[in-house]
Design a binder for this molecule. Structure first.
Ligand SMILES: [Zn+2]
Length: 255
């Protein structure tokens, strides 16, 4: 940890001392977590879960995000019954989740278009629209907050489905604007500021709407189910872990 982070954490610990929130990764508590998310007014207005600016999102000590804490809590339960040799693919991972996950199965593979950014996990180069793995290879795939950046996202969904074994499953998460009935996409925008204003980030080419699970369903040989925090956590656990109560995990079960 850098000297800057140590000093920042120490200041934060003193200012926000308390136990209102708990971080499952670093086991620290505080009465306030850091705000995070896009400042785009449009994204705020669209109530884009997972990307709009929000309070109490990031752990001030280790930086874990609300969505990585949600996924960790879900995987804690789901992986406890997995076979030891489960082949798991984590695409463009959240570092903090990957660090934990890579210790859960010896068959952990990390893939990214930019593997140099994930050298800690021995990442391989992986283009999600053209995945260099055989059919039916993985038992579990995690692909979170990636597809909103991929121009040909339908091809990516089909590729993810292809490499997932029948009986395998995955979580394919993306920021969702619940105020939009249909996904808003424009592949022609090049100006990063325009992308940020319209979609919430300079890297995004779309913001998904309520049709996201339907798009997912139509582009893979799988069954999509929506898992809500309240399906596997109590209200107290949702509050304590500083989660977004209406953040949905989109789970695919391969046929
Ligand atoms: Zn933490």
């Amino acid at each position: 940890m850098s000297v800057f982070k140590k000093i920042r954490n120490s200041i934060f610990r003193n200012i926000h001392r308390g136990d209102r929130y708990h971080c499952i990764y670093c086991q620290q508590t505080a009465n306030r977590f850091r705000a995070a998310g896009s400042h785009s007014k449009r994204i705020q207005k669209l109530n884009a879960v997972g990307t709009a600016r929000r309070q109490n999102a990031a752990c001030p000590f280790c930086g874990s995000s609300d969505r990585s804490r949600l996924l960790r809590l879900y995987l804690d339960k789901e992986l406890s019954t997995s076979a030891p040799q489960t082949k798991l693919l984590h695409i463009a991972p959240d570092d903090i989740l990957a660090r934990w996950l890579s210790r859960q199965t010896p068959e952990f593979t990390c893939g990214s278009l930019y593997p140099e950014d994930f050298a800690e996990f021995n990442a391989i180069k992986l283009d999600v629209t053209q995945i260099d793995f055989p059919d039916n290879y993985f038992d579990i795939i995690l692909c979170n907050h990636v597809l909103q950046q991929v121009p040909d996202h339908l091809k990516a969904m089909n590729e993810l489905s292809r490499i997932l074994k029948p009986g395998g499953w995955g979580i394919i998460q993306a920021p969702i604007a619940h105020a939009l009935d249909t996904t808003d996409e424009d592949l022609s925008i090049e100006d990063p500021r325009e992308k940020r204003q319209r979609f919430g980030s300079t890297l995004y080419c779309r913001i998904y709407g309520k049709d996201y699970p339907q798009i997912l369903q139509e582009n893979g040989n799988w069954q999509v189910t929506e898992v809500r925090p309240a399906d596997f956590l109590t209200d107290d656990e949702i509050t304590k872990n500083a989660l977004i109560p209406n953040e949905i995990l989109y789970r695919v079960n391969a046929m």
